[in-house]
Write a protein that binds this ligand. Structure first.
Ligand code: GAL
Length: 737
């Protein structure tokens, strides 16, 4: 079902005035960035850096200044983002750097706030983003194979990476130009798939490294999860824990490019939560054991607006259980406890940068200390610390998941909670312990009113704003036709691959055919009490099966078999299959081959004389839904549909559009649309595509009553929301900004 929702007027979300930038403005005195085995050297000084992942298109430009300010207040030095090729080049050669894709504005905002920027160009990014960031048109380039030693792919990749680097240079955004960019990334976790490509994979990664460095960006490049990265590229760690990670050369520093502080989820999945005590433990251990740059993936996750969610089946929210929640509000106590952690690490920075590697001291069977002590600062000192001639910082860790430990260190006794690190900026006093949360402990980031659903209608949806709910009582509706709706269709023999037809301009693709059923078949079924079934050998992501305009059933999954009993009549029967993608595959090798729709045979089974292979018939193809293509969710397109008032017994079609109007709530707080009474579809507000929705509930089992932070985290630990729809609230305001 589809639910376009319109407001009487647009919510203008003008919390923050955009800074205007003068051309050629310097954000910093130009500085060089290099590195040694200990850290990045920012203007020749070693630095311990906290980085905050914020993907610009997952927020709106009006939210950016506040998100950056909150990251800075939380103790971040750096903002990290990927670039999103399919957002920037939706049509080959036609670039988009506007609105949510205004990368230059985003980088300038970071610079003007005094933070650095780490730009992960990819251009393959994974990121739970549609097709991992690749434009779908890339599949159509003759002879192309993605992410391997393939000339057409390399040419397209080189073109896009060059475009981004040149844009940043023209806008004077690199550090040596007085801009905030200190670090770049090429590719993304290629090490995970490299073996699938054999020698061509190794050649590709060398080519990618040389191509990137050859662009003359003038700042260091990283590759994450790439243990065979060449000497001139820093290979880095991604994961829940990265202490103990060693780059592939002792000349490279230890970087953690993705610290997974939460996790994403799928339609029908549970909501993951990573306890902040464990997250802080992981970060403290990383710096304790010699790490020098750590990036939260994500510091703000945000929203997969429109059809940007990857797949299959990633939900519209990309909250990620990040320190800043989807609506841009602080998620406590996560944000606050990390802020305290960052402050403690900052107190240690002078000692951490002064020492080439820490001194290890065993304190007990599962307890250890790492001490950074140096007399005099030598060449790594920062001028502000020059009076302080000798300094010592230490980390005391208790890796035991169960027991509190008492340890002796430098003549004193320290009590360490299980699975925790104490930070001693002066090697004597505990400034911070990762398991002791001093920050505000209210769990909720946003208080929503209880939804005021009326029993009278299954279609009343609620608009939530902090502290208030609004219900739309009056709806209009129009059915989406189950059948051809325009002349833009074509007929060919056989079953075509979904993406080859839609080019991903829509999730939806209709397949129509007509079959003849004899009287003998009907008598055969009656006599035997059997039923014919429409069988699809393999399909993804969703298929709705119609016979003679009646919905017979659905299939859902990733390359699963579907066997759907169907009602047939004697004579001709119209078969219509509505195939849907729900976010294109964003992870794995050979993405260009994955595609969508159906594989193998589509057949009718249970006939008197054996199966009927429908793959051999002629099929008519129609891309998209009528209402979608006519944009009936916009003011201009509204009149193209014959809307009628909705009454509860008026819901007859399985495919319908619904529309309502509501007054924009007062105030500037975030606003969410509660779509729990709907089924599955896409929603628009004032013509803005707020994303896909689906009320598919998660399974009953697997949630924990309470969450124990101790011990290694994985995304199945500390989940919530069992048995409930994965997402019921949808970010409205930020889709308008
Ligand atoms: C990583 C990947 C990221 C993101 C993350 C999970 O492997 O590099 O882009 O997909 O997993 O959120």
């Amino acid at each position: 079902m589809k639910a376009p929702v319109s407001q009487r007027w647009c919510l203008i979300f003008s919390l923050f005035l955009m800074a205007e930038f003068a051309i050629g403005e310097l954000f910093f005195e130009p500085f060089n960035v290099t590195y040694d085995h200990r850290s990045l050297l920012i203007a020749n000084r070693r630095r311990m850096l906290i980085s905050a992942g914020v993907h610009y298109p997952r927020a709106t430009p009006k939210m950016w200044p506040d998100l950056i300010a909150k990251a800075k207040e939380g103790g971040a030095d750096v903002i990290e983002t990927y670039t999103f090729w399919n957002g920037h080049e939706p049509i080959r050669g036609e670039y988009n750097f506007e609105g949510r894709y205004d990368l230059v504005k985003f980088v300038k905002l970071v610079g003007s706030s005094g933070l650095y920027l780490f730009l992960r160009i990819g251009p393959y990014v994974c990121a739970e983003w549609n097709f991992g960031g690749f434009p779908v048109w890339l599949r159509d380039i003759p002879g192309i194979e993605f992410r391997t030693d393939n000339p057409p792919f390399k040419e397209e990749m080189r073109r896009f990476v060059t475009k981004i680097v040149n844009l940043m240079r023209e806008e004077r955004l690199f550090s040596w130009q007085g801009g905030p960019i200190i670090l770049l990334q090429i590719e993304n976790e290629y090490g995970d798939v490299e073996n699938s490509y054999g020698k061509k994979g190794r050649d590709y990664i060398n080519w990618a490294a040389n191509m990137a460095v050859g662009l003359g960006a003038g700042v260091p490049w990283v590759m994450c999860k790439q243990s065979d990265a060449p000497e001139f590229i820093i290979n880095t760690c991604n994961g829940y824990y990265c202490d103990g990670f060693k780059p592939n050369s002792n000349k490279k520093p230890i970087f953690w490019t993705e610290d997974w502080d939460g996790w994403y989820t799928t339609w029908g999945g549970r909501l993951p939560h990573r306890p902040v005590e464990d997250l802080a433990f992981a970060v403290a251990r990383f710096f304790e054991r010699g790490g020098s740059l750590q990036n939260y993936y994500m510091y703000f996750g945000g929203t997969n607006f429109g059809r940007t969610a990857g797949g299959p089946f990633y939900i519209t929210s990309y909250d990620y259980d990040a320190p800043i929640g989807e609506y841009g509000l602080l998620s406590q106590p996560k944000w606050g406890h990390l802020k305290d952690l960052h402050a403690a690490i900052k107190l240690c920075e002078p000692a951490l940068v002064a020492v080439d590697s820490p001194h290890y001291i065993k304190l007990g069977p599962m307890q250890e200390a790492h001490m950074y002590r140096k007399s005099g600062y030598g060449k790594w000192s920062r001028s502000s610390e020059s009076g302080d001639e000798s300094r010592c910082s230490a980390f005391l860790a208790n890796i035991d998941q169960h027991k509190v430990a008492s340890v002796h260190f430098q003549g004193h006794i320290y009590t360490l909670p299980p699975w925790s690190v104490s930070i001693l900026p002066d090697c004597r006093n505990v400034a911070y312990n990762t398991a002791k949360v001093g920050a505000q402990t209210s769990i909720k980031e946003l208080e929503f009113d209880a939804p005021l659903l009326s029993n009278a209608s299954a279609l009343q949806n609620v608009l939530h704003q902090d502290g208030a709910s609004y219900i739309s009582e009056h709806w209009v509706t129009v059915d989406e036709p189950v059948g051809l709706w325009s002349d833009h269709n074509f007929t060919v023999p056989g079953i075509l691959e979904h993406l080859n037809v839609t080019k991903d301009f829509s999730d939806y693709l209709w397949y129509f055919t007509r079959i003849y059923i004899s009287g003998e078949d009907i008598s055969f079924w009656k006599k035997n009490g059997t039923h014919p079934a429409l069988t699809i050998d393999s399909m993804r992501d969703v298929v709705h099966i119609f016979v003679n305009q009646q919905l017979e059933g659905r299939g859902v999954g990733r390359w699963v078999k579907v066997v759907q009993p169907v009602e047939l009549q004697e004579g001709f029967n119209d078969v219509a299959l509505l195939s849907l993608t729900v976010g294109l595959q964003n992870y794995g090798a050979f993405l260009e081959k994955d595609g969508g729709g159906f594989r193998g045979q589509v057949k009718l089974t249970g006939l008197k004389n054996g199966d009927m292979d429908l793959s051999k018939l002629s099929w008519t193809y129609q891309v998209g839904l009528k209402g979608e293509m006519q944009e009936i969710y916009t003011l201009d397109g509204n009149d193209k549909a014959a809307w009628v008032d909705l009454t509860i017994d008026g819901i007859k079609s399985p495919l319908s559009w619904y529309k309502t109007y509501f007054d924009a709530p007062d105030g500037l707080d975030p606003v969410a649309l509660d779509l729990r009474s709907m089924a599955k579809g896409q929603a628009w507000v004032n013509g803005h595509h707020i994303g896909r929705y689906w009320t598919l509930p998660s399974s009953q089992g697997g949630c924990q009553r309470s969450c124990d932070y101790r011990g290694k985290y994985d995304s199945s630990k500390c989940t919530t929301n069992c048995g409930k729809p994965t997402q019921v609230r949808y970010d409205v305001c930020s889709s308008i900004g």
